[in-house]
Design a protein around this ligand. Sequence first.
Ligand code: ADE
Length: 232
Amino acid sequence: MNKIGIIGAMEIEVARLKEMMTDVTVTEKASMEFNEGLLNGKPVVVVRSGIGKVNAGICTQILVDVFGVDGVINTGVAGSLRSEINIGDIVVSTDAVQHDMDVTALGYTKGQIPQIDVFGFPADETMRKIAAEACRDVNPDIQVFSGRVLSGDQFVSDKELKKTLVGELDGFCTEMEGGAIAQAAYLNGIPYVILRAISDKADDSATMDYPEFEKKAAQHCVNLTQEMVKRL
Ligand code: ADE
């Protein structure tokens, strides 16, 4: 991989990565700051996309068109959808589905985007294997899971909605950008992976847990992302 795009939705998810970079050039586009330079000696572009699928999709397309990245990592926090996945643990995406895509009225399965030939956008096998291995080395005290990431323009903090998401779409965690980054990567034919550390359980306790654990979770993802870049 020659140049890797690294997207986090929030400053807390990219700040430390930006500090670790050298030879940085900053370019503003679509109200986003693209930080191009070296991370652990590897060419990268680190950017805070802002929250939600539209920001994430725009950001990914700029990374491809303007910066010529040939792979994308999405790093950040997420709500757990499984009882065995605890706060602080990491989920590496196997694929990504947009849980708020709903054309069931016309006969499509929930989550299926009409006129697209896949249901979940598959993550790159090599990237996700490297991520899982690197995670065990840099974050030995936490669990790492490989599974489906669900994305929607919604902070999930309700146990009934959580139950529906698990039942209908079989997700491991839920967040607000990965599915759009995955779709943009798919349409452009470049590899991607989503790395998400758990900040809450996406249930009635999520609004309490999220502010408490966001920072610690984000740090786990930073550790993983920088180690992963070394190995790519
Ligand atoms: N990011 C972190 N926790 C989340 C949740 N519960 N829902 C959506 N995005 C999140």
